[in-house]
Design a protein around this ligand. Structure first.
Ligand SMILES: *Cc1c(COP(=O)(O)O)cnc(C)c1O
Length: 314
């Protein structure tokens, strides 16, 4: 096995992120609910993309690229955090975003303005158009460049969450369940693979906030990440579970998601977001309602960030 330490990595975040109990919500649900504070990863407004970018931007550097492209919707947290990370490392980020969602200068668009980030919009739903545009701009610059896929969700990016599972294993509590949002798949795939390696007896549940075929994407990414690590292990449908929490559509708030955002704000003073973590926590609430969790089990909710969206969407 090629260990995680063998991969080049830039230091961007503040790790380990805290784990603590949600006392009021635990009382309310009669279950032991904990939270992993990846909203406090320490760069930009925090969030899960920092863990992926530690591997991805190190790879960009190793390949001699100082220009990095990435993509997403107009309010992509990942794109904003890529710009923040690139700035910190003295690299240049160019965001080629889909002209979808809130394009006005609010939320993550506002933060990109603040950082002086180069943002280009392409009116398309097809990533082939986006990557072609990146290549066109890259040629214009005439310097080596590096393309990071949507959400940083390739095998290398997923290693950030394999490492997060290892981090959780070192934080002293056993969790029977981990619940996280699944938007492009890298977080869930990394956690599920990491759980197989470092968290025996922990089930990982992905709360789908988009309509992509995650039943295929998740195990495929898990296999690719395992291959990167030089591990041969069988990945089956038993290694993860999925729940559809998308509601009316990706980045369109749902009633259940909004109620979860409100509950967390009122009871715990913690802010979720309407696109990812609100819908994911709504999924956890549903699972509690359906008695998926037993009374003495420990459940960990991954707060993957997203604060920028709170000021743009809804
Ligand atoms: C991107 C994102 C997710 C989803 O993670 P994926 O690895 O893309 O599935 C969850 N929460 C927030 C706040 C995000 O920005």
């Amino acid at each position: 096995m090629r260990t995680l330490e063998n991969f080049p990595r830039v230091r961007l975040g503040l790790f380990p992120t805290p784990v603590h109990k949600l006392e009021n919500i635990s009382l309310l649900l009669h279950r032991n609910i904990f939270i992993k504070r990846d909203d406090l990863t320490g760069l930009g407004l925090g969030g899960n993309k920092i863990r992926k970018l530690e591997f991805l931007l190190a790879d960009a550097r190793a390949q001699g690229a100082e220009i990095v492209f990435t993509t997403g919707g107009a309010q992509s947290n990942h794109a904003m955090l890529t710009a923040a990370a690139a700035g910190k490392l003295g690299m240049k980020a160019v965001l080629v975003l889909k002209k979808r969602g809130v394009t006005e200068c609010v939320g993550n668009q506002f933060l990109e303005r603040l950082m002086g980030t180069e943002v280009r919009f392409v009116d398309t739903d097809d990533y082939a158009d986006i990557y072609a545009e990146m290549d066109r701009i890259g040629k214009e610059y005439g310097q080596p460049y590096y393309k990071i896929p949507c959400g940083g969700s390739n095998a290398l990016g997923s290693l950030g969450y394999v490492d997060c599972a290892r981090e959780i294993a070192g934080q002293g509590l056993h969790f029977d369940h981990i619940v996280c949002a699944e938007g492009s798949g890298g977080t869930m795939a990394g956690l599920a693979l990491g759980a197989k390696l470092f968290l025996p007896g922990t089930k990982v549940h992905g709360m789908m906030v988009d309509t992509d075929p995650f039943d295929r994407i998740t195990p495929a990414l898990m296999r690719e990440a395992a291959q990167l690590l030089g591990i041969s292990m069988e990945i089956t449908q038993q290694d993860f579970s999925l729940r559809d929490m998308c509601g009316p559509g990706y980045a369109i708030p749902s009633e259940a998601g909004n109620a979860a955002v409100t509950l967390m704000a009122e009871r715990e003073g913690i802010f979720l977001d309407p696109v990812y973590t609100g819908k994911a926590f709504a999924g956890l609430l549903e699972m509690a309602e359906e008695e998926v969790f037993e009374e003495k089990e420990n459940i960990l909710f991954l707060h993957s960030g997203g604060a920028g969206g709170l000021f743009a969407i809804q």
